[in-house]
Every structure is written in structure tokens, then in C-alpha cells.
Design a protein around this ligand. Structure first.
Ligand code: SF4
Length: 264
């Protein structure tokens, strides 16, 4: 019987940490395969950033697509949008394509959790042929090191960092309100697409919205947008006083940790 193939795979999210890990690993594991699970609902800035990473690595990033588009699964889930509890989008659009690509090979999967966030949990495949590897934790690489790696490589940060803190789909439910405002101001077409997925049933009063507390129609009213911006400015001032800001957005202080495969 032939032995299973051994492979090394690094899944890029389009975010800063997995990018820094790719840079860090380039010469350490030359046979590394780089992949990106493309939901088909990504930001244009993410694709531009991936091109920069490819140029630095001198290798193609393999794009993994889901079997069906987001709208297909949304129909299956009867219009119920994914949220932090169900996360069906991560399962169907990111994890399944990754596991299909891995197949039955023995795979070392490189994950960009940093040494200063060892508490962080998230998706790790339960497939026994996939072994997670954490080079940043093993080598004591922290957020400051990640910033340095990105700067020294010349790749820098993805452009969406000017208005949003994380990689992932333009409609990601992990977004803060100020990031929805950023989406509307930077990509009004994508904001409208996200709004189009929200549904209201006038008979039952049921609402399927990205954010449980307000719909995108409500959020996009000019007076509400001004309120959200003013509240963000206040937070920034307070954080500045405490010396907390090292980038426009802090990583996150949310209770719900975003999915690793989408946001590292
Ligand atoms: S980025 Fe957000 S919306 Fe997209 S698959 Fe991941 S969790 Fe779901």
C-alpha cells in the first residue's frame, strides 16, 4: 500500500497575521502550499492584497471555491443569515473547501495565532490527518513582531484596514457598526448587496438581519451614521488617553471570537 503524501499548507485569510506567517515561513518551509478560501463574497482590497503576497512569495496562491455560492446555502437555511453561534458560512464556504483540498493526505496546517494570544480558540479541523502547527506561538512572535514583519517585507497592511479591522466577507456579521458605515462609504454597491440579503416577514414580524439590533436600512440613515461616527470618535479619544491605540482598530475586544480561517 502506498504511503499517504505529506504536505505543508498555510491558509491565508487576507488578514495581517496569516500574511505575516506566510512571509515568515517562506524560506523556512520552501515546499509550503498557500491557499485562500474564496467565499465569492470578499472585498476587492483582499484580492489586491493577495496579489501583493503572491509577488513576495514568488508562488501562486491556490484559490479554493465552495461547491455553491452563499445565496444557495442561504436558501437551504431558509433565509436565516449566519451569526456568531451558527457560523454556517464558515463551515460551508471556508472549511469544507479546505478539507476537500487536503483530502486524505497527511497535512501540517500552519495557523497564525500569535504568542500574545495563546488563549485564542477557533476552528481546527477534526480530521485526524490534519495536524495544526503554530510557528508564532512556538517562536514567541507577538503583534509587534507581526507589524515589523509586514513593514520590512514591503507588503504592509491590507487597504481595508483604513476602515475595517478584519479580513473576511464584506457582509461579515462580526463587523462593528462603524465598519458597516465604512462599507457603505467605501463600497456602497457591496453594502446594498448585504442589505439585499436581509429579509422581513410582515405577517410574522420575523426579521433576518446581519445585526440583531438594527437592520442595514436603519443603520444607513444619515442621522444614525453620524451617531455611530461620533461614538467611535469618543471611543478613540478615550483609548488614546489610555494609550491603547496602536492601529486604527484594536484587534478585538469582543466576546465572540471570529473564525480563525476567516480572520487571522
Ligand atoms: S468572514 Fe464572516 S461571513 Fe464570511 S465566512 Fe467567515 S464568519 Fe462567515
Amino acid at each position: 500500500m502506498s504511503q499517504p503524501r505529506v504536505r505543508h499548507i498555510l491558509s491565508l485569510s487576507g488578514g495581517k497575521d496569516s500574511t505575516a506567517l506566510a512571509i515568515y515561513m517562506r524560506d523556512r518551509v520552501p515546499e509550503m502550499e498557500y491557499v485562500f478560501c474564496d467565499t465569492g463574497e470578499e472585498l476587492p482590497e483582499t484580492y489586491a492584497y493577495l496579489r501583493k503576497i503572491e509577488a513576495f512569495l514568488g508562488k501562486n496562491i491556490t484559490v479554493l471555491n465552495p461547491d455553491r455560492p452563499f445565496s444557495h446555502y442561504l436558501d437551504i437555511y431558509r433565509g436565516v443569515l449566519p451569526d456568531a453561534k451558527t457560523r454556517w458560512c464558515t463551515r460551508m464556504l471556508k472549511i469544507k473547501p479546505f478539507e476537500r483540498y487536503v483530502g486524505n493526505d497527511l497535512v501540517f496546517s500552519y495557523i497564525a495565532i500569535r504568542a500574545d494570544e495563546v488563549h485564542r480558540k477557533g476552528y481546527i479541523s477534526s480530521k485526524s490527518n490534519i495536524t495544526p502547527v503554530y510557528p508564532f506561538i512556538d517562536d514567541g512572535i507577538t503583534k509587534t513582531d507581526v507589524y515589523r514583519i509586514l513593514e520590512e517585507s514591503g507588503i504592509g497592511f491590507p487597504d481595508y484596514y483604513k476602515w475595517r479591522s478584519r479580513s473576511g466577507c464584506y457582509f461579515c456579521f462580526f463587523q462593528r457598526r462603524i465598519e458597516w458605515v465604512g462599507l457603505l462609504e467605501n463600497h456602497p454597491d457591496l453594502f446594498d448587496k448585504a442589505r439585499g440579503f436581509e429579509k422581513f416577514d410582515p405577517e410574522t414580524g420575523e426579521r433576518f438581519t446581519w445585526n440583531q439590533r438594527e437592520s442595514l436600512d436603519e443603520l444607513s440613515r444619515p442621522e444614525r451614521m453620524e451617531e455611530i461616527k461620533a461614538s467611535r470618535q469618543n471611543c478613540l479619544k478615550n483609548e488614546e488617553k489610555k494609550g491603547l491605540i496602536d492601529i486604527f482598530f484594536e484587534d478585538n475586544n469582543d466576546d465572540d471570537q471570529p473564525c480563525l480561517i476567516c480572520h487571522l
